[in-house]
Design a protein around this ligand. Structure first.
Ligand SMILES: [Zn+2]
Length: 311
C-alpha cells in the first residue's frame, strides 16, 4: 500500500510515479522488438516526458497520440495499440482524480475492443504488463507468461521502493515455462488446435473473390465448465447456440477468419443457473498471438496455405 498518513496527495503522486515507471519499462523494451510503428513509439515517448515536465503541451500531444492510435488500430485484429492507448486513458483518469480536475471528454475515450475486462479495470500497469509481455508480436505462450511474471516481480519491487522498502528476493520462474517446444503443423486439425486448444476443426470455405479463407470450428465441442460454479457439463441445452468469428490476420495475401460455433450447456448443479454460455479460456489476443507466431516461422505461411489449397 502506497500510504502516507500525513499527506494523501503524496500517496497519489507515488501511484502516478509507479504508473509512469511502468510505461517507461515498456518503452525500454521496444529495443528488443518492434510491436508498433515508429511514429506511435515517438508520440508515446513524448507524452511520457511531458507528464514529467511541462503540462501545457500535454493536452495537444495526447490528442495527437489518440488520433494516431485510432488510425493504426485495425478494429478486428489490434490489441497492442489498444493497450497502448488505454494505458494513457487510465493514467489521465488517475491524474485528473489527483488534481481534482473534472474529466475532460477529449482525453477520455472508452473505445476498447477484443478484451474481456471493462475499460476501468484495465489500469496502466495492467496494460504495461501486456505490452511488456508482447515485446514482439511473435512470442510463444511460455515466453509471454515468463515476461508477465518478470513484470509483476519488477512492479512489486518498484512499489516497495517508493515506500522505502527494498525487496531482495526474485520470483522463481517455474521450469515448465523455461521450455520451448518445437512447433509442427502437418494438418488442418493441428493448425486449428495451435490457434486454440478449445477448438475442433469442422470444415473450411474459400471465398476466392475476397481472398478470404473461412475456417469453421467448434468451440468446446465436448463440454465446458460452468462459469458460475465451475462444474463441468456436456449436457447440451441448445446446439450451436452461439456463432462468432475471429479475424486472425493475413497469410500470403489471404485473410484468415475463424468462424466458431458453440453449444449452450445445462449446468447440472441444482444450486446454479439452468444453463450457461461458455467462457473461453483462450482470449482473442492469445489466438492472434498464436497466429502471428506461426506466421513468423520460416516456410510456415506457405505450408498452411498448402493445407487449404490456397496460393
Ligand atoms: Zn453452474
Amino acid at each position: 500500500m502506497l500510504e502516507d498518513k500525513e499527506d494523501s496527495l503524496f500517496t497519489e503522486r507515488k501511484y502516478v510515479t509507479l504508473e509512469l515507471n511502468s510505461i517507461q519499462k515498456v518503452i525500454d523494451c521496444w529495443t528488443e522488438g518492434a510491436p508498433i510503428c515508429t511514429k506511435l513509439q515517438e508520440l508515446y515517448q513524448r507524452i511520457v516526458s511531458l507528464f514529467r515536465s511541462d503540462n501545457k503541451l500535454l493536452k495537444k500531444a495526447v490528442s495527437e497520440f489518440y488520433d494516431e492510435c485510432d488510425r493504426c488500430i485495425d478494429k478486428k485484429t489490434s490489441f497492442y495499440e489498444v493497450y497502448l492507448k488505454q494505458s494513457i486513458v487510465y493514467l489521465i483518469d488517475v491524474i485528473e482524480g489527483v488534481a481534482g480536475i473534472p474529466q475532460d471528454e477529449l482525453l477520455c475515450d472508452p473505445s476498447v475492443k477484443n478484451c474481456e475486462l471493462e475499460n476501468d479495470e484495465r489500469d496502466t500497469a495492467y496494460c504495461a504488463c501486456k505490452m511488456y509481455a508482447f515485446y514482439n508480436l511473435a512470442v510463444s505462450d511460455n515466453e509471454r507468461k515468463r515476461r508477465e511474471m518478470e513484470f509483476w516481480d519488477w512492479y512489486i519491487k518498484e512499489a516497495a521502493k517508493l515506500q522505502g522498502i527494498t525487496i531482495q528476493t526474485t520470483v522463481r520462474i517455474p521450469n515448465k515455462l523455461l521450455e520451448e517446444t518445437k512447433i509442427e503443423i502437418n494438418s488442418i486439425e493441428e493448425f486449428v488446435k495451435y490457434i486454440s486448444y478449445e477448438y475442433d476443426y469442422d470444415k473450411y470455405e474459400i471465398i476466392e473473390e475476397k481472398r478470404r479463407l473461412l475456417v469453421h470450428v467448434f468451440h468446446c465441442k465436448n463440454g465446458a465448465s460452468c462459469p458460475d460454479c465451475g462444474q463441468y457439463s456436456n449436457h447440451i441445452y441448445m446446439e450451436e447456440y452461439v456463432i462468432g468469428s475471429d479475424i486472425l490476420g493475413e497469410l500470403n495475401g489471404w485473410i484468415i477468419e475463424f468462424k466458431f460455433h458453440e453449444n449452450a450447456y445445462y449446468c447440472d448443479n441444482p444450486d446454479c443457473y439452468e444453463y450457461f454460455f461458455i467462457k473461453s479460456k483462450v482470449s482473442f489476443e492469445d489466438k492472434r498471438m498464436h497466429f502471428l507466431k506461426l506466421r513468423s516461422i520460416h516456410g510456415m505461411p506457405e505450408k498452411i496455405c498448402a493445407l487449404f489449397g490456397i496460393i
